[in-house]
Design a protein around this ligand. Sequence first.
Ligand SMILES: Nc1ncnc2c1ncn2[C@@H]1O[C@H](COP(=O)(O)OP(=O)(O)OP(=O)(O)O)[C@@H](O)[C@H]1O
Ligand SMILES: [Mg+2]
Length: 245
Amino acid sequence: MLALVEDRTRERRVERVRRDFVANVSHELKTPVGAIKLLAEAVCDAADDPVAVRRFAGRMLTESDRLSRLVQQIIELSRLQDDDPLDAPVVVAVDEVVAGAVDASAIDANAGNIKIVTGGVHGLKVFGNEEQVRAAVANLVANAVAYSGADSTVLVSTKTDEQMVEISVVDQGIGIPSGELDRIFERFYRVDPARHRSTGGTGLGLSIVKHVAATHGGEIRVWSVEGQGSTFTLTLPRAHQEVLT
Ligand SMILES: Nc1ncnc2c1ncn2[C@@H]1O[C@H](COP(=O)(O)OP(=O)(O)OP(=O)(O)O)[C@@H](O)[C@H]1O
Ligand SMILES: [Mg+2]
């Protein structure tokens, strides 16, 4: 007698994660869409009151920004969904990735009078998908800025050993309660939004970082003390000059 046993645990798990994700996405999309609808109705009703119209229109703008950010993050995340191994990894220059991430947060940092400083080892290269690595580092820097108070400093530093490159983003911001540290990498999870000035978040940034680490065979670690600051460290496989493609 021959028994054929097929292990479908992984497939089932992927399927369940996908179902939950779709349910969460639908839920998250409903909020800004509902708000825009209500605000549009309010604009119609207040047609004769220019001050009110301007106020409602301003809020519509905020909600639609939030909506487009959410859609953008969902697209990015769905590209990474299955932890697929990378198709065609290339050599990615870490300095450029870091500079791009700093640029992307420059306006927000300026607005909060937050200084972004870079340091560590220069000229490092990692092996991976450039777009994904950029998205991951940009999300970490954006968080460091979003969850820091005015007049503080964010440090992005790089170091390496033979195998791996470490990119650390250090902030002196609000920190994360120790009980929440496990959960922040979950999709849509946000520590009480009332704690911080950034209200536009979607809770997807760190799940993107986690997926990028996983697809690259790297790691994301966090150290944080509430009220003092956080350090996020992303490790990625190092590319030596020999593998230049
Ligand atoms: N550097 C940090 N300092 C303090 N809290 C942080 C930091 N980074 C992340 N967090 C907490 O973890 C939560 C999840 O972060 P994540 O980047 O996934 O989502 P988000 O920033 O809320 O939204 P977005 O999808 O726009 O990035 C945040 O809402 C915040 O509460
Ligand atoms: Mg974020």
